[in-house]
Design a protein around this ligand. Structure first.
Ligand SMILES: *Cc1c(COP(=O)(O)O)cnc(C)c1O
Length: 367
């Protein structure tokens, strides 16, 4: 008998199935227009100030990036009202989620997540040999009581994604207070705020940086991918206690955040106008979709992010295929076990109308 050459946790993983390249879909269906509203990207293009910063920095890519992201941390800390020691910068939020799992999880440790939520929590923790307690939504929202019931001596992390991907709803300040009141101090709460900027104007949205000052076992995750339109260069950050940040920074790869990404983020941070424009347009796109769903009597979850989760009353595999044939790419809900739901990202008003027109066609069974 030869020994297994791979880490045993790999057996539970499936290979990533990429979507077809856009050019391929165009050729296959004879389309001249395709709108990809599947990955919550910013359809306004990248922040112009981020682009400008990248162009400047490109002449210096012969040098390794600044390992501690010194300048970015200084500016980000000032912007957020925290210390540089409270920050961890990563190659996108995804890398930081991996570092979180590596920092906290020993084999057999437990985590609590909601379902449906962001799949990377499960894969990063699963790889470390952690055990995942998945608590289904109740009445189309987080079942926080149900999550608290899963807490045991072995619980290390509880993940709260707010706004939640793929559903778009938030966990309110009151709800979060109640959750924290019932949570032992030695359970670290991971607040995934990838869509923070889209939700922060809601008075019920919690101010987690203030909460962090009272409860230090908290990790707040944010990203430049969505609101700043720089998903392609990969950069995100964590705000946490100095103690947790120090541990995470110890194990992160030295040059994980490349030079162009660091500069792009600094540019994006200064680009208030672009952020404002993005948030305003996103709200308009959401309003437009929700008004349509209301008219059509379609059930959806009220969204505070840059996408909407809606019940289209037919299997999402069919909806996905029929919409793709007509030039719209969305995310089918069956991935999360929500068979008749789809997640569609916001876009320009023209793109949003295009999606609604195609959805109308599909639901009317026209071709
Ligand atoms: C997009 C996203 C992230 C991080 O994305 P990156 O591009 O890796 O920064 C994290 N959490 C959620 C819920 C997301 O949707």
């Amino acid at each position: 008998m030869s020994k297994d050459i791979f880490r045993k946790e790999l057996a539970m993983f499936q290979p990533y199935v990429p979507g077809k390249p856009i050019e391929e879909v165009k050729r296959e269906y004879g389309l001249d227009r395709i709108e990809k509203l599947a990955s919550n990207e910013n359809q306004l293009g990248p922040s112009p100030m981020a682009v400008e910063a990248i162009i400047k920095a490109v002449q210096e890519i012969n040098f390794y990036p600044e390992a501690t992201a010194y300048e970015l941390k200084r500016e980000l800390a000032a912007d957020l009202g925290v210390k540089e020691e409270n920050l961890v910068i990563g190659n996108g939020g995804e890398e930081l989620l991996q570092v979180i799992a590596q920092t906290f999880i020993n084999e057999g440790d437990e985590i609590i997540v909601a379902a449906p939520s962001f799949g990377i929590y499960n894969t990063t923790v699963g790889l470390m040999g952690g055990i995942i307690h998945s608590v289904p939504f109740k009445n189309n929202q987080y079942d926080l009581e149900g999550m608290l019931e899963k807490v045991s001596d072995k619980t290390k992390l509880i993940y709260v994604c707010s706004p939640n991907n793929p559903t778009g709803n938030i966990v309110t300040r009151k709800e979060l207070d109640r959750l924290l009141a019932g949570l032992p101090e030695d359970v670290t709460i991971v607040m995934d705020e990838a869509y923070y900027e889209f939700a922060v104007s809601n008075p019920e949205y919690p101010d987690c940086i203030t909460l962090l000052k009272k409860r230090s076992n908290m990790v707040i995750l944010r990203t430049f991918s969505k609101v700043s339109g720089i998903a392609g260069v990969r950069i995100g950050y964590v705000i946490t206690s100095e103690r947790i940040a120090a541990e995470m920074n110890k194990i992160k790869l030295t040059f994980d955040v490349n030079r162009l990404a660091q500069e792009a983020a600094r540019g994006a941070l200064r680009d208030r106008e672009y952020t404002k424009k993005t948030v305003t347009l996103t709200k308009e796109s959401i309003d437009m979709m929700e008004a349509y769903f209301d008219r059509k009597g379609l059930n959806y979850i009220k969204s505070y992010a840059n996408f909407v989760f809606v019940d289209v009353k037919l299997h999402s595999k069919t909806a996905f295929e029929e919409l793709m044939k007509r030039g719209v790419i969305i995310r089918p809900g069956y991935f999360w076990g929500w068979d008749n739901w789809i997640r569609v990202s916001t876009g320009t008003l023209e793109q949003t109308q295009f999606f609604l027109d195609k959805l109308e066609e599909v639901m009317n069974g026209l071709s």
